[in-house]
Design a protein. Structure first.
Length: 142
């Protein structure tokens, strides 16, 4: 909120909410490129190996596009809906990776296991709510 006050001389909760989501998406998209080996392990085995890396890169680019989209006046509602769909679609991959104990950073199977879902599922629901509230329900300045 201080950031918006510094540039707009007023507080803007909705801009701040979108900006926080944008920064989070940009930060998490980095994992798709920095920890690519671990991210590939998250992709289910029915997907052919040559396509797995492409899927990881594309989903990272989707996060970057979504981050940009929610910050652009003309695209923020559409981007918000697409991000909600994306977040829902990614939840099974996170459950699958947790079942396999994928350690994304190490690129092996030494991860925390199923109890990680105690954190991950509520966080995913929070991100869904956050995206809906700031990008869809309150997309424009008041």
């Amino acid at each position: 909120m201080l950031f918006t006050y510094a540039f707009q001389q007023r507080e803007d909760l909705y801009f701040s909410g979108r900006l926080a989501l944008c920064v989070m998406l940009l930060f998490t998209s980095l994992a798709h490129f920095v920890f690519i080996k671990g991210m590939i392990l998250m992709v289910p085995p029915f997907i052919p190996n040559p396509i797995k890396k492409l899927i990881v890169i594309i989903t990272g680019l989707i996060e970057i596009a979504g981050a940009a989209g929610i910050m652009i006046y003309e695209t923020r509602i559409t981007a918000g809906y697409l991000l909600v769909v994306f977040l829902i679609a990614m939840l099974p991959a996170n459950v699958y990776a947790t079942q396999r104990r994928v350690n994304m950073e190490e690129g092996d199977f030494s991860g925390p296991g199923m109890y990680y879902l105690i954190f991950r599922i509520p966080m995913q629901l929070f991100l869904l709510f956050w995206t809906y509230y700031f990008a869809i329900a309150h997309p424009y300045p008041h």
